[in-house]
Design a binder for this molecule. Structure first.
Ligand code: FAD
Length: 432
């Protein structure tokens, strides 16, 4: 029955997890429909990956091939949990895979966190990458020192964007408003602060070495301890912008200026390590240190959010509880990507865990755990529901219209693309 019943699966979210899950499923004669909240696909590949890392975005070519496959369809501009419920999707499909990522962020939970001048890295990244909900952020870059809290890859991206010469950024797909704000930025010094030490930092390196952690630590120590050569010293002395890593510090309070209008600094507690290696815990020593800064960006992690009451959600670990991608106590429901594992790992990690989820689903089809005996109406019934609710999905060829407009606008200014910045404009272009 496996092929004759043409199993219908729907995927919620069109980031790497959604596309890699789809890619694996369509190889097995499954029909896949992808529902995406925004009118544009690709999730964090478009809205997260730094503009100066264009090579990372090449995965879009593979995703595009998947989207154009005869057994795959894309429905953008559909907010699952609001426009259509997960239960309605479950009734229309043999199985539903949730791959909607991690759109919230962890907060520091310290006084002053709400002051002007404090931003989450998630919003800051969304702003320079053109995420419609972050368009209005307009961060104030009129201060000299910025402090980034958290020492992961995202913190490094933000530091690089803050410090890169605008001449370099203007050749990327960074948004025009971000480019203009950065051109007038007064930020000259960026400190990247972490609770633990150099051995525990969460950066990853590009090359896949057998022991990347050891290599990374060696690299950092070598750079930090090495006496620079003459040319290098000269280059450093002349640098107009600097950055540094500050270890063993944990935020206690964002300090306000005397009028309490905005951020004037940050109080950091000095920590020391208990235990060793990656499991080491930072404990407070009782000492504090104040750093003067006008910009604080907290980069302490993304966080998945529940989108539908009918789906089990573990709010403590902020993931959907699952075994190998099978959502616990919810037959027919699966998850992949950051929603499944928590918000860690690069696209390759997301790819592997998405293939694993697709394998679990295919196993369940083959073993009869998933009932394929009844034909399902799939997108037919869902698009009818959406129409009743006044929601008009964006197809993949509609997205290609947006893509073409963005690329031609980019070409005019020497950039790979100039992103459309509002949902309204995206929908307008999609429908003309
Ligand atoms: P996402 O990419 O977030 O995709 C989720 C999708 O679901 C989004 O399109 C979203 O709009 C959609 N969605 C959300 N809610 C709903 C809903 N209710 N209904 C329908 N759709 C919904 N990895 C690398 O390998 N290299 C890098 O350089 C790199 N840089 C990064 C930079 C940043 C700032 C971040 C945050 C991550 C970076 N990563 C990088 C990691 C990579 O982006 C993730 O591994 C990957 O995007 C996770 O995929 P996902 O599909 O689970 O989530």
């Amino acid at each position: 029955c496996f092929s004759s019943c043409s199993p219908k699966v729907c995927i919620v979210g069109s980031g790497p997890a959604g596309f890699y899950t789809a890619q694996h499923l369509i190889k097995q004669h499954v029909h896949v429909d992808i529902y995406e909240r925004l009118p544009v696909p690709f999730g964090l590949v478009r809205f997260g990956v730094a503009p100066d890392h264009p090579e990372v975005k090449n995965v879009i070519n593979t995703f595009t091939q998947t989207a154009k496959h005869s057994r795959c369809s894309f429905y953008g501009n559909v907010n699952v949990g609001k426009d259509v419920s997960v239960q309605e999707l479950q009734r229309a499909y043999h199985a539903v895979v949730l791959s909607y990522g991690a759109e919230g962020n962890r907060t520091m939970g310290v006084p002053g966190e709400g002051l002007a001048g404090v931003y989450s890295a998630k919003d800051f990244v969304g702003w320079y990458n053109g995420l419609p909900s972050c368009r209005q952020l307009s961060p104030d870059l009129s201060c000299e020192t910025a402090v980034i809290l958290g020492q992961g890859n995202v913190a490094l991206d933000v530091a690089r964007v803050l410090l890169s010469p605008v001449d370099m950024l203007k050749e990327t797909d960074i948004t025009q408003p971000a480019l203009e704000a950065l051109a007038h930025s007064q930020v000259r010094r960026v400190l990247i602060v972490g609770r633990r030490g150099p051995v525990q930092v969460a950066f990853t390196i590009k090359v896949d070495l057998p022991r990347p952690r050891k290599r990374l630590t060696e690299l950092m120590l070598k750079t930090a301890l090495q006496t620079p050569g003459e040319t290098e010293q000269e280059r450093r002395d002349q640098a107009s912008r600097t950055w540094g890593l500050r270890f063993f510090r944990s935020p206690v309070e964002v300090l306000a200026d005397p009028e309490r209008h905005r951020t004037a600094g940050i109080r950091l507690a000095v920590t020391r390590l208990e235990g060793s290696g990656e499991a080491a815990r930072a404990v407070l020593t009782g000492d504090v240190e104040d750093v003067t800064c006008g910009l604080v960006i907290s980069s302490i992690g993304y966080k998945s959010l529940p989108i539908d009451q009918s789906v089990p959600f573990d709010s403590k670990s902020a993931i959907v509880p699952n075994t190998m991608g099978r959502i616990k106590q919810a037959p027919g429901l699966y998850c992949s990507g950051w929603l499944k594992t928590g918000p860690t790992g690069v696209i390759a990690t997301t790819m592997n865990n998405s293939f694993d989820t697709a394998r679990s689903l295919l196993d369940d089809m083959e073993s009869g755990v998933l009932d394929l005996s009844a034909a399902k109406s799939g997108s037919q019934v869902i698009t009818a529901l959406l129409e009743q609710r006044g929601v008009k999905p964006v197809s993949f060829s509609d997205w290609e219209k947006i893509d073409r407009v963005e690329m031609s606008r980019g070409e005019a200014s020497g950039k790979p693309r100039e992103k459309l910045l509002t949902v309204e404009e995206m929908l307008h272009v999609a429908r003309t």
